[in-house]
Design a protein around this ligand. Structure first.
Ligand SMILES: *Cc1c(COP(=O)(O)O)cnc(C)c1O
Length: 475
């Protein structure tokens, strides 16, 4: 792996090099030089070290605890990714330096796009979007421009009510009207209901497969046919690719456009707002509309092609979040096709293991089997008006990151759990034990303790409304 990347990085000639051993001759004139010492406080190195280590310990991190955060795919991120992302040859490239001097970077983008095509069954990819939501927005702009080019006025996007909130937000931002699609109690979609709302104004239907309840849409092929018969396109929200990678391909199911959250399935540490990458894939007829520049291979040289007259234009500075792309590429190459398939199988197995242990104790509206995640509804077993929010806060006291709660909105008091493939049986068992203890035992015997949680964290329970309206961002 490192050999391969060494070869590619040797194709990059950084515009500058970061060498801390060099003494620079800055030629500062005398009148600008300081003539007294800086009045910095004296702090022992050990105190300083402890200060920062203790601060870092107030953070939740995958290196210290389990993140059951549904819909976010908080898996372990191999450290080799970080090492390679630090290579000077990748890091010290200036985006404006000549294309011949950054062939290695362009090659990685080109090959990553090809790998994503293979994984997804779509024909072309653009790795520019900086997040899943940004990918949705970019994909919807492509759809909009496509319909303009064939002179069809289609202004509506159908989105199931179990979708991530970014779906309607992206569609609105791209200038579409949103038609909500009411899903069934188990999260599945009714063909009859779809037919009722599928009018000639519909540009696309956005589906999340598997959906956020962890259910694979069984009618997906039928939906694909109905949508295409109506002249509309089918969009695949690929944030949950961790469940199906190497097993099925959205392109084969008839999807025309999709995004992939590289920071989720392809392992970049994310959370707290970044960094991410949400490449979009399209079928061949939509390629002319992809953002510029396109990375192309001409006479065995990689070039950046800005001359695409139908393109939606530029949607991100330079070529995307390259370090995230690099990590995804390293991840794909280290695991290979068998490894990627294993990831999905293990992710689905882990989620089903947890579900099997919980489903006889806590209600599961979507049934007893799931893909990579599942949603519990503990309403009927919680006592003394303890709510899901209190359970999530109490988990913090036991050292766990809280799971996603109250999402999707179609499940009352929802708790959404995604264990990912990188957790051991022991970790899952311990978490299940604690979750059951809080829900069954503590809500019954010591409800106030649960309602006051968290008490062991650096910041105690917040007044959520007050914290959102009047945040205190310094102290
Ligand atoms: C995470 C997620 C998104 C949004 O992706 P970001 O990278 O956070 O913008 C969209 N859809 C689903 C289903 C998701 O889980």
């Amino acid at each position: 792996m490192e050999k391969l990347l060494n070869e590619m990085s040797s194709q990059c000639k950084p515009a500058y090099s970061v060498n801390l051993d060099v003494e620079y001759d800055y030629q500062i004139t005398e009148n600008l030089k300081r003539n007294s010492y800086l009045g910095l406080p004296n702090i022992a190195e050990s105190d300083l070290l402890r200060h920062f280590i203790n601060l870092s310990r107030q953070n939740y991190a995958l290196s210290t605890t389990f993140y059951p955060l549904g819909s976010c795919t908080m898996k372990y991120n191999p450290l080799i990714n970080e090492r390679i992302a630090k290579f000077n040859e990748f890091n010290a490239i200036h985006p404006y330096q000549a294309q011949e001097t950054m062939q290695g970077i362009l090659e990685i983008i080109y090959k990553l796009e090809k790998d994503l095509c293979e994984i997804s069954g779509l024909d072309y990819f653009s790795v520019q979007p900086a997040a899943g939501s940004h990918g949705e927005f970019t994909g919807l702009l492509v759809i909009s421009k496509y319909f303009k080019s064939i002179k069809q006025k289609r202004t509506r996007i159908i989105i199931p009510d179990s979708a991530h909130g970014t779906n309607p937000a992206s569609a609105a931002l791209a200038g579409f009207d949103i038609i909500p699609f009411k899903s069934e109690l188990d999260g599945s979609l009714s063909i009859e209901k779809l037919k009722e709302i599928l009018t000639p104004e519909v540009a696309a239907v956005m589906l999340t497969v598997p959906n956020t309840l962890g259910v694979f849409e069984k009618s997906v092929l039928e939906i694909s046919k109905i949508v295409h018969d109506n002249g509309s396109l089918l969009y695949y929200d690929g944030a949950n690719l961790n469940a199906v990678m190497g097993i099925i391909r959205p392109g084969d199911m008839g999807f025309d456009v999709m995004h992939i959250n590289l920071h989720k399935t392809f392992s970049t540490p994310h959370g707290g707002g970044g960094p991410g990458a949400g490449p979009i894939g399209v079928k061949a007829f939509l390629e002319p509309f992809l953002p510029v520049p396109r990375v192309e291979l001409k006479k065995s040289k990689y070039i950046l092609n800005y001359k695409k007259s139908k393109s939606i234009g530029k949607i991100k500075s330079f070529f995307g979040n390259f370090s995230v792309l690099l990590k995804a590429y390293v991840y794909i190459k280290s695991l290979g096709s068998v490894g990627l398939k294993n990831v999905s199988e293990q992710a689905v197995l882990n989620a089903n293991y947890m579900l099997a242990k919980l489903k006889n104790i806590i209600d599961v509206p979507a049934g007893g089997k799931c893909m990579h995640e599942f949603v519990l509804s503990p309403k009927s077993v919680l006592k003394n008006s303890v709510r899901t929010l209190d359970v999530a806060k109490r988990l913090l006291d036991y050292g766990y990151y809280a799971p996603t709660v109250y999402f999707p909105a179609i499940v009352e008091e929802a708790i959404m759990i995604e264990p990912t493939e990188t957790e051991s049986k022991e970790t899952l068992d311990k978490f299940i034990e604690v979750l059951i203890k809080i829900i069954l035992e503590e809500s019954n015997k010591c409800p106030q303790k649960v309602k006051d949680a968290p008490v062991n964290t650096p910041v105690k329970r917040l007044n959520e409304v007050e914290a959102a309206r009047n945040p205190i961002l310094k102290w």
